[in-house]
Design a binder for this molecule. Sequence first.
Ligand SMILES: [Mg+2]
Length: 466
Amino acid sequence: MTIDLVRGIFTNRTLNLRSIKAIGYDMDYTLIHYRTDDLERRAYEITRDRLSAKGWPVAHLQFDSGSVVRGLAVDLELGNLVKATRFGYVIRAAHGTRILNYEEVRNAYAGTLVDLAETRYEFMNTLYSISEGNLFAQLVDLFDTGSLPMVRSYSELSSAVQRALDRTHVDGRLKAEIHADPDRYVVPDPEVVEALLDQQLAGKHLMLITNANWVFTNQMMELAFAPYLPAPMTWRELFPTIIVSANKPSFFSHDHHFYRVVDEENALLRPHTGTLDEGSVYYGGNAMVLEESLGLSGDEILYVGDHLFGDVHVSKSMFRWRTALILRELEAELRAMVGFQETEGNLMGLMAEKGELEHERAQLRLAALHEEFQNGGSGEQTSSGLDRIQSLVTALDDQIAPLARESGRLGNPTWGPIMRAGNDKSLFARQVERYADIYTSRASNFLFETPFAFLRAPRGSLPHDA
Ligand SMILES: [Mg+2]
């Protein structure tokens, strides 16, 4: 069976699934996918209303789902959203909701490289960033007109948005709405259950490690998994290790204590010391005790999550776990790219033709210089040759420009494909490459690879490859 490209698993660093003994999963946007438009819209609206109740003049604002994508950086100094290449060069930027033109981008960023280690930048790590980025951009517009005297800077504005949005995710309202109307928010995926059953059958120790609280986790896992499990199996039986309210990324970097959920009905906790027992539900804790309980080393553990920093970056850099990033947007992008393949081929052909003409032109120029220097020639012949080439290049440019524009709009008309920045890889792609051993659109794509796959990284391409 060949695997559909769109559902493929893509490998940065070779991973033999046979040598993986335990697989940990994040829940939200990893095991359970939400309709991003609907969920982010509600998160946005509840947050907007919370700010409005505090007296912010925001009641009229509306969610604009396509306006931001994961992988952008928020520039807190200038109030911009920017897309950068893997080297940090900004290729596109918006101030608030207004897209900057070429000149404006150059003026703002000619001497600046986006470095995510600087506090100036906030990286949009997950699909949850979409409501946040959209609201922030719209509030920058309001801030610029002097309508938000309660904050003094873009940075304060961003913190205020973040705090309000965190409240939205923590308090029960959005969760209650999801639970009351799961069909509206949750995208069912029977294959994810099949994939995990196969992994369990193959002897993998499955773990659920989520920041969600126990009540919500239990409700959602029941809803998403129960209909597809063979009776009388429950979702709990899939996961010998369950950790809720894990507080990632802190889970990987601090030694918070574990609590055991002793009364699951009422979510009552009791402090827990020592290693973890299978079958219990734990709260909080840290990855060090977890590793100890499993008796495994980092390279025997695979962690699968959608948050580039909280799931993948920290687990890789602190524990050298093997890592998988879930990137749902990839499906639509891959489909768009497949549809664009023929045009992309034409574009490459035209670029190659242009390259040859440019080389010819450069040689002609140099020949003319030599001629002038040695014989005092007039250069007339050269000038007519240069004119001829110039008109050919101009004609090619007219063909190239619309195709290049189209290519830069795949996935999102403003920001383009998340993994690419113009001809280069995006800063997001660079982060993925560094921290995610593999990436794929959904956890259920493991089904097609089986638990025994040898996921081999392609031979890396280098500029001097023939
Ligand atoms: Mg998640």
